[in-house]
Design a protein around this ligand. Structure first.
Ligand code: XMP
Length: 524
C-alpha cells in the first residue's frame, strides 16, 4: 500500500498528545494559522523529532496531574533539540517542572474563565508570546488543578492570574514557552494570536498551509502515485468520498472511474444529486448501479438492527465488487480517509465496539489495490474547504454526516420501500426547515426516525391510525458525545405541522431530548 503524505511540503509543527481531545483542537488551530500540524504520541523520542525536523513543537494539555504516578512524561533530550517548544496546560506544567520550576498543589484549581494580567516588563521588556498587540488584561480559559507557581531559572514570567503566578513564561533565547491556560479554545480572547506569535515569531513558520496549496500538492502527489494507471472510487454521497473523487479527478481526469451504488436507502433526491454533480457537472466517468430492489429483497423480514447492518454491508460489497469487475485494469482505489481516522487507528486502546459500523462506501480488506487517500492529512473542516475550492455544490460539501447503511438504521423494525418513502419525505421536511431557519451549520445532524409502532389520531373528522415520526437533532463536535439541540419551538412546530399535513401515514411527531450518552445519535 502506498500513501503519499503532504506533510513534507510545508513547515510542520508537531503537537505532542498528552491526552483526550486537547491535541486535535490545538492541531486544528495551528492549521487555521496556515501552518501544517501533525499529532504525535508523547513517547516520541528526541531522535525521532530530529528526523522529522519540525519547525516547532506544542505539548498539549491532558487530564493527568504531573505529580501522579505514571503521569505521561517526555524524553528530556527533546529540550536540547533546539526546536521551539510551547507547553499548554499540562504541557506547560511539564516544561516548568522538567526545567526546574515549580508546579504545586495549591488546593485551588481554576476551571473556566480567569482574568489574565500581563506582567510589567519595564520599558525595554518584551514578551514574544504576547507581542505588542495583546491588551494588559484579557479573559482566558483554564482547566487545571495543579498550578505553575514558579517558572524555571532563566525564564521570564509574562502573565499571571489571581491563582496562577506563572500563567505564561518564556525564554525566547532557548525557544521554550509555557502557558497554564488554553489558547486553543475560543473562550480565550487572544488565544489564536498567542499561537500565531509562537508559530511565526518563535518558530519562523511560513503561513503556507492553505487549501489551494493543499490541492496543488495533492494533485502532484496523486499524479506521481498513479502515473498512467487507472483508479476507481466508491461514491457514497457523503462529503469525504465526494471530495476525494473530485480531487483525484482534477489530478488524473479520465483515468478515474467512480462507482455509485444506489441502495435506495439514501435521503430524498440524494442519488440523483450524486449523478448530476459527478457525471454531468464534473464529467467524471460514473458507473451508477440502481440496486434498491436488491436491498429491499435482502432486508425483507429482517428486524434485528445488527442483522440489518450486516445485510446492507454485505450486499453493498458484493454489488461494488461486481461493478468494479468491469474495470479490470484498475490498480488504485481512492478512499476518503481523514486525519482523525489515521490518528485513531495509529494508537491508543480501541473503544469497545458498540455496534458494527459497516461503512457502505467502505470496502473489504482483502482487495488487491494500492490506496490513494488524498485526504488523510486533513480534518473535516479542511475537507469541506477543499470541496468548496474544487467547486462541489454546497449541498454536498456541507452535508451532515449520514450513516453508511442509510435510512436502514433510522427505521425501527423491517425496512420496506413504503416506510423508506415515508421517512424520506419527513426527513426532507426536517432538513429544509432547519436550513430555512439558518441553523444547519450549528447542528451536527438533524433527521427523522420512523419507529415500528402505530397510534390513533384524528384529522378533520376522520380517525387515523398511523406512524409517529421522531425528530432527532443534536449538537456535537465529533459524534462521540452529543447533546439534543434546543431547536426553537416555532421551528419544531413548523416541522411537525408540515410533516403531518404533507406526509400521509404519519399522524404524530415527537422530539427526542436524549443526549449521547446515554442515547446514541442514530435510532436503530
Ligand atoms: P451513533 O448512532 O453511534 O452514531 O451515536 C455516531 C455517528 O456515526 C454515524 N454513523 C455511521 N457512520 N457508517 C458511518 O459512516 C455507519 O455505519 C454509521 N452508523 C452511525 C452517525 O450518523 C453519527 O454521526
Amino acid at each position: 500500500m502506498t500513501t503519499p503524505s503532504i506533510g513534507t511540503e510545508f513547515d510542520t509543527v508537531l503537537v505532542v498528545d498528552f491526552g483526550a481531545q486537547y491535541a486535535q483542537l490545538i492541531a486544528r488551530r495551528v492549521r487555521e494559522a496556515h501552518v501544517h500540524s501533525e499529532i504525535v504520541p508523547h513517547d516520541i523520542t528526541a531522535a525521532e523529532i530530529r528526523e522529522r525536523a519540525p519547525q516547532g513543537i506544542i505539548f498539549s494539555g491532558g487530564p493527568a496531574s504531573v505529580h501522579a504516578d505514571g503521569a505521561p512524561t517526555i524524553d528530556q533530550e527533546i529540550y536540547d533539540t533546539g526546536v521551539p517548544i510551547l507547553g499548554i496546560c499540562y504541557g506547560g506544567q511539564l516544561v516548568a517542572r522538567d526545567l526546574g520550576g515549580e508546579v504545586a498543589k495549591t488546593g485551588r484549581g481554576e476551571y473556566g474563565r480567569a482574568d489574565l494580567e500581563r506582567a510589567d516588563l519595564g520599558t525595554d521588556g518584551r514578551s514574544l508570546l504576547f507581542g505588542d498587540d495583546a491588551p494588559d488584561s484579557q479573559v482566558v480559559w483554564m482547566s487545571h488543578f495543579d498550578t505553575i507557581t514558579r517558572a524555571p531559572e532563566g525564564f521570564q514570567v509574562v502573565a499571571s492570574t489571581p491563582d496562577t503566578p506563572a500563567a505564561a513564561f518564556e525564554s525566547p533565547e532557548r525557544g521554550l514557552y509555557g502557558v497554564q491556560f488554553h489558547p486553543e479554545v475560543v473562550h480565550t480572547q487572544m488565544g489564536q494570536d498567542l499561537l500565531k506569535h509562537f508559530l511565526y515569531d518563535a518558530c519562523g513558520c511560513r503561513p503556507s498551509w492553505t487549501m489551494l496549496s493543499v490541492i496543488e500538492t495533492q494533485v502532484e502527489a496523486i499524479r506521481a502515485q498513479v502515473g498512467d494507471g487507472r483508479a476507481i472510487c466508491g461514491l457514497s454521497g457523503g462529503v469525504d468520498s465526494a471530495v476525494a473523487a473530485a480531487l483525484v479527478h482534477k489530478a488524473i481526469g479520465h483515468q478515474l472511474t467512480c462507482v455509485f451504488v444506489d441502495t435506495g436507502l439514501m435521503r430524498k433526491d440524494e442519488g440523483d444529486q450524486v449523478v448530476e454533480t459527478f457525471k454531468r457537472n464534473f464529467g467524471i466517468e460514473l458507473i451508477h448501479v440502481r440496486a434498491a430492489d436488491r436491498f429491499f429483497d435482502k432486508l425483507a423480514g429482517v428486524t434485528d438492527p445488527e442483522d440489518k447492518r450486516k445485510a446492507i454491508g454485505e450486499l453493498f460489497i458484493r454489488i461494488f465488487e461486481d461493478a468494479k469487475g468491469g474495470i479490470t485494469d484498475a490498480d488504485f482505489l481512492v478512499q476518503g480517509t481523514l486525519y482523525p481516522d489515521v490518528i485513531e487507528s495509529g494508537g491508543g486502546a480501541k473503544a469497545a465496539t458498540i455496534k458494527s459500523h459497516h461503512n457502505v462506501g467502505g470496502l473489504p480488506e482483502d482487495m488487491d489495490f494500492d490506496l490513494v487517500e488524498p485526504l488523510r492529512d486533513l480534518f473535516k473542516d479542511e475537507v469541506r474547504r477543499v470541496g468548496e475550492e474544487l467547486g462541489l455544490p454546497e449541498e454536498i460539501v456541507w452535508r451532515q454526516p449520514f450513516p453508511g447503511p442509510g435510512l436502514g438504521v433510522r427505521i425501527i423494525g423491517e425496512v420496506t420501500p413504503d416506510k423508506v418513502a415515508l421517512l424520506q419525505e419527513a426527513d426532507a421536511i426536517v432538513r429544509v426547515e432547519l436550513h430555512k431557519a439558518g441553523m444547519d451549520r450549528e447542528i451536527w445532524q438533524a433527521f427523522a426516525v420512523l419507529p415500528d409502532i402505530k397510534a390513533v389520531g384524528v384529522m378533520g373528522d376522520e380517525r387515523t391510525y398511523g406512524y409517529p415520526c421522531i425528530i432527532r437533532a443534536v449538537t456535537s463536535d465529533d459524534a462521540m458525545t452529543a447533546d439534543w439541540a434546543r431547536l426553537p419551538y416555532d421551528l419544531l412546530e413548523k416541522m411537525s405541522s408540515r410533516i403531518i399535513n404533507e406526509v400521509p401515514g404519519i399522524n404524530r411527531v415527537a422530539y427526542d431530548i436524549t443526549s449521547k450518552p446515554p442515547g446514541t445519535i442514530e435510532w436503530e
